[in-house]
Design a protein around this ligand. Structure first.
Ligand SMILES: [Zn+2]
Length: 326
């Protein structure tokens, strides 16, 4: 399905079967000498067919097509190398490129997830996550010589459009948005989504992902935006949505504090089980494993936020950290 969302800017819906996100919004900008494709979908035949079909309808030629991934997640970058010509560029923030390369070189998947084990996440459940999570199984393989690293403020010119890179670390350490100042259009990627809340998780080596995410929401809040083009699902009012996401996290932070107050000494794994989630499962034990991994990651980003601000503390007891109010 394609839709012209603005002059020479098209949205291609790429289905993500079985995923709560439902669809990835891939955007195609038609330029003069070159075109730009923003985000691609998982490296999976059904995603590939959907994107190929859309690009065929747009009569797009891969030899003049660059690809831009707003961040390293596989539903955005997974097929980047398949959709651009041999002499073209795959743009992504330099931060996420470095991370992607590190992940691809990793021999031991437990290394990056050691924090999950310290927080009471069962090892056998984690193994199941590695086996089934499309973020790990359907990604772009290895280093691609066409990767071009972007920094905050870098400009990409595509036809009449000037895309300004905004580095907004939070959803990933090198997450980006792209702003068309003259048209007041913002490609929000997964920094701002409208009918779901972007997942903010723990990243090894990235100290306070939630604090950074909230700072970056406040930093971009007052930019004039007439049309927001998100990475998934529908668009909406840019500033009102930022305010409601800020509100949402204020509530979530308080929920986490309350749970710790009522049940001092729980592990992050147990705290996550007490938080509210929009998932149809009878209880925490019957959560699908990948969703459990997302939930604990998100819980950790909230605990890190509170630790950094001295609201909570932990003690190590048995094999897990146990949390208490300060
Ligand atoms: Zn993402």
């Amino acid at each position: 399905m394609i839709e012209e969302v603005y002059k020479n800017i098209y949205r291609i819906g790429v289905v993500l079967p079985g995923n709560p996100l439902k669809e990835l919004n891939s955007y195609f900008i038609r330029g003069k000498d070159s075109d730009l494709l923003i985000d691609t979908g998982f490296r999976r035949p059904v995603c590939r067919e959907a994107l190929e079909q859309g690009l065929r309808e747009l009569e797009s030629d891969p030899a003049r097509r660059d690809v831009l991934a707003t961040h390293l997640h596989s539903d955005h970058s997974g097929m980047a190398d398949l959709f651009t010509g041999p002499d073209r560029c795959i743009y992504m923030s330099a931060v996420d490129i470095a991370l992607l390369n590190r992940f691809n070189e990793e021999k031991d998947p437990f290394y990056r997830h050691s924090r999950f084990l310290e927080e009471g996440f069962p090892r056998e459940v984690l193994l199941e996550v590695f086996r089934t999570n499309p973020a790990m199984t359907e990604k772009m393989p290895g280093m691609d010589g066409r990767l071009c690293g972007l920094q905050d403020g870098d400009i990409l010119q595509v036809g009449d459009y000037r895309l300004e890179t905004l580095l907004v670390p939070g959803h990933t350490p090198g997450n980006t948005m792209f702003y068309l100042r003259d048209q007041q259009i913002m490609f929000t990627g997964d920094h701002i989504l409208f009918d779901i809340t972007p997942n903010i998780t723990h990243w090894q080596g990235f100290e306070d992902s939630l604090g950074s995410y909230l700072d970056q929401l406040r930093r971009v809040r007052d930019i004039p935006v007439r049309l927001a083009l998100p990475g998934h699902r529908k668009t909406g009012d840019y500033r009102a949505r930022i305010d409601s996401i800020l509100d949402h996290h204020r509530r979530r932070i308080n929920d986490a504090l309350q749970i710790i107050e009522q049940h001092p000494g729980m592990s992050a794994y147990e705290i996550a089980g007490c938080m509210k989630w929009k998932i149809r499962a009878a209880d925490w034990d019957s959560f699908p494993v990948v969703q459990k991994w997302f939930a604990v990651g998100e819980c950790l980003s909230h605990l890190d936020y509170l630790l950094k601000r001295d609201r909570i503390r932990y003690e190590i007891a048995g094999r897990a950290k146990r949390y208490y109010l300060r």
